[in-house]
Design a protein around this ligand. Structure first.
Ligand code: TMP
Length: 218
């Protein structure tokens, strides 16, 4: 985006249990320590309405399932509200936004896995996201030996997405790897099987580049 005063938009992607939330907290703390204002948020969610959509999408009433197309529409409805009310205002006021999941998750879960044509999703992206594309996306990747243990150790009730089979999670993992490799300018593929502090250090060094641009633009 041309506006040099705009903040920066970082998205964290990957399958369940790769450590996105832990990384988000670590990055937010490091950015805040440099004096920058940071907003941490997530998708689906991030606004009262989008959190309602999250609940509806992830926890449909027992015996009911959304079609992949309906899921894609729900994710984009939530995203539109989130972008309008949280992400764009924060970026416009110069803040950094770190978002746990964004449109790459829609591509992986609803298109690669769900079968919604990618062109349909690209159409949604054009209208819903427009120019508010992430500056950098960190795609966290870890083997099942790491992610299964993390998923099982969560004490929150599993949502309908997390109760899927290990074959499903393996396909999601492969789809995220492909996606990261297909957009090397924006995406960094991170080995998230390393200790959390090492993951944060690795990601932080990529962010340093953006940070120095930001400081020189002040
Ligand atoms: P999480 O926030 O705990 O990672 O869970 C969110 C779930 O929602 C996860 O299984 C991925 C799924 N999801 C989609 O299917 N499409 C999307 O566009 C997004 C943002 C998430």
């Amino acid at each position: 985006m041309a506006d040099r005063k705009r903040g920066h938009f970082i998205t964290l992607e990957g399958g369940e249990g790769v450590g996105k939330s832990t990384l988000q907290s670590a990055l937010a703390a490091r950015l805040a320590a440099t004096g920058l204002e940071v907003v941490t948020t997530r998708e689906p969610g991030g606004t009262p309405l989008a959190e309602l959509v999250r609940e509806l999408a992830l926890h449909p009433p027992r015996g009911n399932n959304w079609s992949p197309m309906a899921e894609a529409l729900l994710m984009n409805a939530a995203r539109s509200d989130h972008l309008d009310k949280v992400v764009r205002p924060a970026l416009e006021s110069g803040k950094w936004v770190i978002c746990d999941r964004f449109s790459d998750s829609t591509r992986v879960y609803q298109s690669v896995k769900g079968g919604v044509p990618i062109d349909v999703l690209k159409g949604f992206e054009e209208w819903v996201i427009g120019e508010t594309q992430p500056d950098l996306t960190f795609v966290l990747d870890a083997p099942p030996s790491t992610t299964d243990a993390r998923r099982l150790s969560r004490d929150q009730a599993k949502d309908s997405f997390e109760t899927r089979s290990s074959a499903f999670h393996a396909e999601v993992r492969a789809a995220f790897i492909d996606l990261a490799k297909s957009e090397p300018e924006r995406c960094r593929l991170i080995d998230a099987s390393q200790p959390a502090a090492v993951v944060a250090d690795t990601v932080w060094s990529d962010i340093q580049g953006l940070l120095s641009q930001k400081i020189s633009a002040r």
